[in-house]
Write a protein that binds this ligand. Structure first.
Ligand code: ZN
Length: 151
């Protein structure tokens, strides 16, 4: 098991050092800010949806711990090209994975990339770091970009 944990650590460090899709998006159709005061994580999520409500681009920027940055980075890679409905399914599946709940519907979802963050379920304070970007994405898509706070 420790080999797997080492691999997960390595993936998280890599995303933290070299976050994917980092930086503001030109003319996003949806955006929101999220903060996790407990850890000091702050980030903004930007999305562009086309006329069919398919996600054509996802970016984020901000600063935070390795877990929050890696989670946001992996999220942007996961969501690109998805429909709104699929994005919501990934949100529910990832949330369940991170909190250790029984996963909701995961049929048809590829959760392999998100697995690297599943270890946070043993550390309640880190769950907020891992889910911050995802809650912020949900606010951007469904709550008119209302600021998200984990507290
Ligand atoms: Zn954090």
């Amino acid at each position: 098991m420790s080999d797997l944990r080492d691999l997960y650590q390595e993936v998280i460090f890599d995303h933290n050092r070299n976050p994917r899709n980092f930086g503001k998006l030109d003319q996003p159709t949806h955006q929101a800010q999220g903060v996790n005061p407990l850890c000091g994580d702050e980030l903004a999520v930007y999305l562009s949806l086309d006329e069919n409500e398919r996600i054509t681009a996802v970016h984020f920027e901000g600063r935070g711990c390795a877990i929050s940055t890696a989670s946001a980075s992996i999220m942007t890679e996961t969501l690109k090209g998805l429909s709104l409905e699929q994005a919501d399914s990934y949100f529910r599946a990832f949330h369940a994975m991170a909190t250790g709940e029984t996963p909701a519907q995961t049929a048809g979802l590829d959760l392999s990339k998100l697995e690297v963050l599943s270890g946070v379920r043993d550390y309640p304070a880190r769950v907020k770091c891992a889910t911050l970007a995802w809650h912020t994405m949900q606010s951007a898509l469904h709550s008119h970009g209302e600021q998200v706070t984990t507290e």
